[in-house]
Design a protein around this ligand. Sequence first.
Ligand SMILES: *[C@@H]1O[C@H](CO)[C@@H](O)[C@H](O)[C@H]1NC(C)=O
Ligand SMILES: *[C@@H]1O[C@H](CO)[C@@H](O)[C@H](O)[C@H]1NC(C)=O
Length: 225
Amino acid sequence: MAVGRSVPWLCALLLLLAAWVDLVLGVAPCDVTEYQPEDSNLCCRLCPAGQYVFKPCRVNHTAGECRVCEPGTFLAFPNGEPTCQRCIQCREGDQEVVAKCSPTSDRQCQCKKGSFYCNSVDCVENCLRCKRCPGVVLSPCNATSNTVCATETDRGRPENKRGSEFLVPWVTVSVILAVAVIVGIYWYKKKGRLVPVSPGEASSAGAQQWTLGAKRSLTGTFSLL
Ligand SMILES: *[C@@H]1O[C@H](CO)[C@@H](O)[C@H](O)[C@H]1NC(C)=O
Ligand SMILES: *[C@@H]1O[C@H](CO)[C@@H](O)[C@H](O)[C@H]1NC(C)=O
């Protein structure tokens, strides 16, 4: 409660102090659209953005002489500055210009798109070189973010996927063929057995026999065709 009641008093005291400081230091109570030239008690109107104070005013609350910033310099805000700020230079090697230097705005540089990037305060001095992907690029390098490569597993996937698309029918066909061959062999073997052979020969020469049988049934089939 005591603190709350003392606040207005404190404010008043501070204002009084400020006024006193102004009086002692000779700070003129200039408007926000004005500035006080050094070593004077005058209030001069600010020069507009893009211009600097060539000569301060001599009559209170008037504009002095403002001049447009020289090429390569700028002032972005209304001001009472005696000189303009020099525009920054883009680094030759790793930067490119994205906004020209004008009297009212600074030049803007960014890392050379596609070759360099900068994504933190760590690369203010030098842009970082973009990563090159050994395989698939998920997102290309730009001024503010590095290349995103597909990871080892990701990289293989699209190719594998493509491969498996081809592989699946082949596996299916192979399985069908294998089954057909086995069924065929079984069938021919059965047919081959019909060829009269001695029991001893049956096992050892079985292969030959069913081949013969197969040949016979094949020729039979072909002759039928
Ligand atoms: C200029 O104007 C300000 C504010 O109105 C005043 O405080 C200051 O004394 C004036 N300066 C002169 C030289 O009259
Ligand atoms: C740069 O790339 C990142 C991610 O790929 C994206 O989020 C960002 O918007 C891009 N920036 C520019 C300026 O293109």
